[in-house]
Design a protein around this ligand. Structure first.
Ligand code: SOE
Length: 389
């Protein structure tokens, strides 16, 4: 027996597409779920643009004020896909109306806002999730499985990077439709909240709480034309950020992100080195997980040094996370599927009562680390994150 679950989307940009696609496809590939998402309504300010998006994706109705969408009795779930500065207001209203909420990352502009959002959803007792989609790339989920199985042993190092190059030109404006990520008043921060937040979420999921950080940030282009004011204005976001981290489990981390790495479009990598093995992932090669397994030779055993090496696992077998829902072994999936998996896990969480991660409360921890990173970059000091296991 299936039952409809009415989705009300707020926003229709790049993430609006990714989420709409996920709600549309999840029932086809995870037919065991009871809930069948229905694209009931979408809200955005510009009537002709939101109507055009609704036609393409099959939304039944359109609102030009998100408040109207939240007031409607025929909406069960509000999906927030608008610039970060609007997340809190929409989430508080949606929680007040008792709706389920899925919010695009980062949860908020900063930790203080995120705390209010956590309090609101927990008061309302309404299911909630933040779309940190990379946890659900099967190769990354497999990395978590290998770590949980003890295959890398005691972790020593965590290394993460997220490199892009799309803001190098000085004449790229800030603010407005596609470029709000460059406007600090809309985004809250630059690469820290936009890109490193992904790396931090994945890192804490794989390797536990980050307790202290020391960071450096840089703004390479100091002024840009602001599309909304029409004036050249100071740039307030971090163009690049690097930080060192200490994890509660005693391991050390390095994190780097920039939008000025010429040639790199979305080079997201992670590596964990442990006493017994290592894992390495690269988003440009996202069906693969590299795994090195060290085995202490038994006494008298000859070590086959000439065949010792990294194993590259093609994460497409039915035994691999999520893959039994797709094609047959050897055939790959990609970026969009991480959102379908998030939608599936969310719905499963609603059905079983075990919430899908990251909830707003879990995503607040990522927000706290981001705050500590930005604060450390200002002070030049090691900074406690306040995050504990
Ligand atoms: C920025 O370019 C961006 O689109 C992020 O906002 C996404 O979260 C990331 O997954 C890809 O890059």
């Amino acid at each position: 027996m299936t039952k409809p679950l009415n989705v009300g989307m707020v926003g229709y940009g790049f993430m609006g597409k990714a989420h709409s696609n996920a709600w549309r496809k999840v029932g086809y590939f995870f037919p065991e779920l009871e809930s069948r998402p229905v694209l009931r309504a979408i809200a955005a300010r510009t009537a002709d643009k939101v109507s055009a998006f609704a036609d393409v994706w099959g939304y039944e109705t359109v609102e030009t004020d998100w408040r109207r969408l939240i007031e409607r009795d025929d909406i069960d779930l509000v999906d927030i896909c608008v610039p970060n500065r609007f997340h809190k207001e929409i989430a508080l209203a949606a929680a007040g109306a008792g709706k389920m909420i899925c919010c695009e990352k980062p949860l908020a502009m900063d930790g203080a806002e995120a705390e209010e959002m956590v309090a609101a959803v927990e008061r309302a007792g309404t299911p909630n999730m933040v779309w940190y989609n990379y946890r659900r790339v099967p190769a990354i989920t497999l990395a978590r499985q290998l770590i949980d199985e003890g295959r890398i042993g005691r972790p020593y190092h965590y290394r993460a990077s997220f490199l892009q190059d799309w803001t190098i030109a000085e004449d790229v404006p800030q603010g407005g439709a596609a470029l709000w990520r460059l406007d600090v008043s809309a985004a809250g921060s630059g690469v820290t909240g936009d890109l490193l937040a992904h790396c931090i979420d994945t890192a804490m999921w794989l390797n536990g709480p980050i307790t202290r950080v020391v960071a450096e940030t840089e703004i390479f282009v100091k002024e840009r034309l602001h599309q909304e004011t029409g004036k050249v204005e100071p740039v307030g976001i971090d163009d690049a950020c690097m930080f060192l981290a200490r994890f509660e489990n005693g391991s050390m981390g390095t994190f780097e992100s920039t939008r000025y790495a010429r040639g790199h479009k979305a080079l997201k990598t992670l590596e964990v080195n442990g006493e017994a093995g290592s894992v390495f992932f690269d988003l440009h090669d996202d069906q693969w997980l590299s795994f090195f397994e060290y085995r202490t030779p038994k006494s008298g055993e000859k070590v086959d040094g000439h065949v010792t090496g990294w194993r590259k696992i093609h994460v497409t077998n039915f035994e691999h996370p999520y893959m039994s829902h797709w094609w047959v072994p050897g055939l790959s999936i990609g970026y969009e599927h991480s959102f379908v998996h998030a939608a599936a896990d969310f719905l499963k969480g609603v059905e079983t009562g075990t919430p899908a991660e990251p909830t707003f409360r879990t995503a607040l921890q990522t927000q706290r680390v981001c705050d500590a990173v930005l604060s450390s970059a200002r002070s030049g000091q090691w900074t406690e994150t306040g995050v504990a296991g």
